[in-house]
Design a protein around this ligand. Structure first.
Ligand SMILES: Nc1nc2c(ncn2[C@@H]2O[C@H](COP(=O)(O)OP(=O)(O)OP(=O)(O)O)[C@@H](O)[C@H]2O)c(=O)[nH]1
Ligand SMILES: [Mg+2]
Length: 362
């Protein structure tokens, strides 16, 4: 048996380290919270594996990713099965309330995971019970909106911290998600509506035409653009643009198949050198829920600030937006609502998200 100690900032990070080094069969023997010298909490995990791990049997990052995804899917199947058993009685109780039943069905049709729909409906049913009179659809909807609003977060990433320092943002996400378009929309909004000094950096030296696309936006907006392909060039660009007195520096990144964990690791390697950058994960709302989940899972390797859901206009179901928010607990900062630059972008708003989800409930 091989026993090892691991130190990490938190338990999930520690477990990743355990899995990476000892593989998925590792057994956790203990976890302890430690106080670091700078006052920051760290955790120590002691883990063991039955047999010595031969070098060739160690998991690579892709295997870990597959394992994580499989684990998540298994967990969701387990939850759905247990939901099927436990909901029988509750659905029977809901039976007389046609509106609550319809709401539950509509949410599931909207692509909201059964477990999440179930949780929300239970809260609504509970609140409805406290009413003195029997309530109708509009009151059910307003209970639902109130419940959902308590469970999701929205954020404005551009709120200044008061010290007037330059702030940095990266736009990361899968191919064609709308990273460059969203960056251009927000650059225009910050420059034209907020009168801020904007600079752009492109790290996308991979896709043919990517630089030209951003160059055109930079020219139209009359803002500086620098191109960088490694840590040194990025540092030089950041230094130069910061010296020029930029309020916000927006960084466009390469769109790659981020189901491949190595691609996230490549990007992480660059951004680890710039911890001041806030990462906005751009996710197309019209993508399949399972694919979005897989992408967000791989991006767990980076400290994602918030989600931006694009292509809201190209879908009629919005459950997968809420699924990602519930699953990963991240706030939503913006919604992309069309192809027009700069018009088609909105600050994420809880009422709007509730409204989208309830659109089809009649
Ligand atoms: N309908 C709609 N289309 C959008 C939206 N955002 C971006 N697009 C379109 O999606 C396509 C891809 O947009 P890009 O901004 O180039 O996407 P990207 O993520 O930078 O792509 P890569 O850099 O190639 O990975 C373009 O045709 C955009 O006009 C949106 O909110 N709604
Ligand atoms: Mg792009």
């Amino acid at each position: 048996m091989q026993i090892k100690r691991f130190k990490a900032r938190n338990v999930p990070e520690g477990l990743q380290k355990v899995k990476k080094e000892l593989g998925p069969d590792a057994v956790i023997l203990s976890t302890h919270q430690l106080k670091g010298s700078a006052g920051a909490d760290t955790v120590e995990i002691v883990a063991a594996i039955e047999h010595d791990v031969p070098e060739t049997r160690r998991c690579n990052v892709d295997e870990i990713n597959d394992y994580n995804l499989l684990n998540q899917q298994l967990q969701e199947i387990k939850e759905t099965l247990s939901l099927m058993f436990s909901t029988k009685r509750f659905l029977y109780q809901l039976g007389p309330n046609k509106d609550l039943c319809n709401l539950y069905t509509s949410l599931v049709v909207q692509g909201l995971r059964e477990v999440f729909a179930w949780e929300l409906i239970q809260s609504v049913a509970h609140n409805a019970k406290t009413e003195k009179h029997s309530i109708g659809l509009s009151e059910i909807k307003s209970h639902f909106t109130k419940t959902l609003k308590q469970k999701i977060r929205t954020v404005d990433p551009f709120t200044k911290n008061g010290n007037g320092n330059t702030m940095f943002y990266s736009f990361v996400g899968p191919t064609g998600a709308g990273k460059t378009t969203t960056l251009a929309k927000l650059a225009a909004h910050l420059k034209l509506d907020k009168n801020k000094k904007i600079s752009l950096i492109s790290l996308d030296t991979y896709r043919i035409g990517a630089i030209e696309q951003l160059k055109i936006y930079a020219q139209i907006l009359d803002v500086p653009l620098r191109i960088a392909s490694n840590i040194k060039e990025t540092a030089d660009a950041i230094l130069e643009l910061t010296d020029k007195g930029s309020d916000y520096i927006l960084i466009d990144t390469i769109g790659k198949n981020f189901l491949v964990q190595e691609h996230v690791q490549d990007m992480k390697q660059i951004f680890d050198a710039f911890p001041q950058v806030k990462h906005l994960l751009i996710l197309p709302a019209n993508a399949k829920d399972s694919d979005l989940t897989a992408v967000v899972s791989t991006f767990k390797a980076m400290p994602i600030h918030s989600f931006v859901f694009t292509k809201i206009d190209e879908t009629t179901t919005y459950g997968n937006i809420i699924n990602q928010v519930f699953r990963f607990g991240k706030p939503v900062s913006y919604l992309g609502t069309g192809q027009r630059v700069p018009e088609d972008i909105e600050k994420a708003d809880k009422d709007k998200l509730c409204h989208l989800l309830l659109k089809s409930v009649e």
